[in-house]
Design a protein around this ligand. Structure first.
Ligand code: ZN
Length: 149
């Protein structure tokens, strides 16, 4: 092996290690199945936030977000992040409807991180909404009866 070949091989070795390293530090994930399982176990009647808060998508403040622990990125049961940009709104429900389905394969649910309250075990989905004039963190309580797969 010539000196320059050796150099190239060394560089490639370091690059491949960096890529592997990145995989290791990748975010934790939460599958649909785990999301449903955990939200069914949570104490749904124990309200941590003000009554009715986050039943529909709502802005969450930094202070409120600090009360929650991140579990990981929501992925489907195949371990993949769905990238469907469409929204799912049957029966006249709208983005802000409390009765809107939590449609896991659709936007914005498919781009959410899953958070948990350590007191009640309740799960919350949070994402950054870029639609307004400045990015805003939006949050919705996971209500098992509204989940649509
Ligand atoms: Zn709680």
């Amino acid at each position: 092996m010539t000196k320059s070949n050796l150099l190239v091989a060394t560089i490639l070795f370091f690059i491949s290690n960096m890529v592997v390293g990145q995989d290791k530090t990748d975010k934790e994930v939460v599958s649909w199945e785990k999301l449903i399982q955990l939200s069914n176990k949570a104490l749904q009647d124990n309200s941590c936030f003000k009554e009715g808060k986050f039943l529909a998508w709502q802005k969450i403040t930094k202070e409120e977000e600090k009360m929650l622990t991140i579990l990981g990125l929501l992925v489907n049961d195949k371990g993949k992040q769905d990238d469907n940009p469409n929204k799912y709104h049957p029966e006249g429900t709208k983005y802000y409807s409390k009765e809107a389905p939590i449609a896991l394969a659709y936007y914005p649910y498919n781009g959410c991180d899953v958070f948990q309250c350590s007191k009640s075990g309740k799960l919350y989905l949070i994402y950054t909404e870029h639609g307004g004039h400045k990015p805003e963190r939006r949050c919705r309580l996971v209500q098992p009866q509204l989940i649509h797969k």
